[in-house]
Design a protein. Structure first.
Length: 255
C-alpha cells in the first residue's frame, strides 16, 4: 500500500463529515473515491493533503505517518493534488504555472536569483525544458505563452494537472478532473491520465461523478455516503449495488 487511511473521523462541531473510514491505495493503482454531493470526498482529500487535521485516526504514506504535517511538506514527500475549482495563477502564462510546480526542486539561492548568477540560469533553463516536456505530454505546448485563465475550461484542467505532475509526485489526487468537459475532452483526458500513470509510475486517487469515466479509469472504488463507507470494490459492481443506487437516487423500497 502506498496510502493507508486508518479509522479516520472528521468532525466539524457537532457534524461528522467522515465516520471511522479506512481504506488503502495500492502502488500503481487508480482508486476512485465516489459518492453523492456532501458525502465527504473532498474533506478526505483535505485531510490527506494536510489542509484539515482529522479528529481521529491516522494516515500512512509509504508506511510513514503523515497526520498533522503541513501541506507544503506533504507535497515534498510526494503527494500532489488538483482542486474541484481550478486554481491557476491568473497573471501567469501556462508555462509559468507549470514551472511553479518545480519550486521544491530549485537548488539556487535567493541571492543567486537576484544577482542572476550562472547557477540560476542553469536551473531555470532545465526547469523550463522540463515544464515544456510536461505540456507536450498533455498536448498543450501551443498554449505555453498564453495566460492560463484565458483558455477553455478543458485546457485549464490540463494545465492544473500538469502543474501537479511537475512536483514529481508518487501519489496524485485528482478532484473531479473531468468536471465541465465534453465527451471528447473527457476521452482525451482519460488517455492522458493513463499515459502519465504509466510513464511516471504514479498511483492515483480520484474523485469523480462521471461514472462512465470512473468505470473506464478505476481499478477499484470506494463509495461514501454521509462520510461512511457503503461499498468498496470494482466500479462495475458499484453501479448495481443497492446501497450505492439508494445513495445516489434515493431508496425506492419504502417509497
Amino acid at each position: 500500500m502506498i496510502l493507508e487511511i486508518k479509522n479516520i473521523t472528521m468532525k466539524f462541531g457537532g457534524v461528522t463529515a467522515i465516520d471511522n473510514l479506512s481504506f488503502g491505495v495500492s502502488s500503481g493503482e487508480i482508486f476512485g473515491l465516489i459518492g453523492p454531493n456532501g458525502a465527504g470526498k473532498t474533506t478526505m482529500f483535505n485531510i490527506i493533503t494536510g489542509n484539515y487535521k482529522q479528529s481521529e485516526g491516522e494516515i500512512l504514506f509509504m508506511h510513514e505517518q503523515i497526520s498533522g504535517i503541513k501541506p507544503n511538506i506533504i507535497v515534498q514527500k510526494g503527494i500532489a493534488r488538483t482542486f474541484q475549482n481550478i486554481r491557476l495563477f491568473k497573471s501567469m502564462t501556462v508555462l509559468e504555472n507549470v514551472m511553479i510546480g518545480f519550486h521544491n526542486q530549485i537548488k539556487y539561492t535567493f541571492f543567486e536569483s537576484i544577482l542572476r548568477l550562472p547557477r540560476y540560469f542553469f536551473y531555470e533553463k532545465n526547469i523550463k525544458k522540463a515544464a515544456m516536456d510536461i505540456l507536450d505530454i498533455f498536448g498543450i505546448t501551443q498554449y505555453a505563452n498564453s495566460y492560463a485563465t484565458e483558455l477553455s475550461y478543458g485546457i485549464q484542467r490540463k494545465v492544473e494537472i500538469a502543474r501537479a505532475l511537475a512536483t514529481e509526485p508518487k501519489l496524485l489526487l485528482l478532484d473531479e478532473p473531468a468536471a465541465g468537459m465534453n465527451p471528447i475532452e473527457t476521452e482525451d483526458l482519460s488517455n492522458i491520465i493513463q499515459k502519465i500513470k504509466k510513464e511516471y509510475g504514479l498511483s492515483i486517487l480520484l474523485i469523480e461523478h462521471d461514472m462512465k469515466f470512473v468505470n473506464k479509469m478505476c481499478d477499484k472504488v470506494l463509495v461514501l455516503d454521509y462520510g461512511e463507507d457503503i461499498f468498496e470494490g470494482k466500479p462495475a459492481d458499484a453501479i448495481i449495488n443497492k446501497k450505492v443506487v439508494a445513495a445516489y437516487l434515493g431508496d425506492f423500497t419504502n417509497a
